[in-house]
Design a protein around this ligand. Sequence first.
Ligand SMILES: [Zn+2]
Length: 109
Amino acid sequence: MGLNLELEISLDDVRLMLRDRFEQGFTREIHTATCTGCERRYNATIDVSEIWLNHIGDLIVEGRCMNCQTPISKYLETSNHQSAYDQAMAIRELHIQVLKDYNARPAGG
Ligand SMILES: [Zn+2]
């Protein structure tokens, strides 16, 4: 299994990663997206459909603009906090090595 795969994770996984920074590091981020459809800058909200965890512990959130349905993806640099990075690696290991029930895709997919 390639080590640089992106892994689909759940909102619960994100909560586990960010803990007391969940509101700041995730909820706030999905409400401050930029949409090319309705041209909202930093105030579009993403209706999240998929969350991907990459091999360096950052998140790629994908979904659609709540306002105009244009597809939006946003890159969240969650790995710059050591605790979130450690938890991200634990989640990757758990899904890949133990549970084996994960969706993966090549980086940049
Ligand atoms: Zn929009």
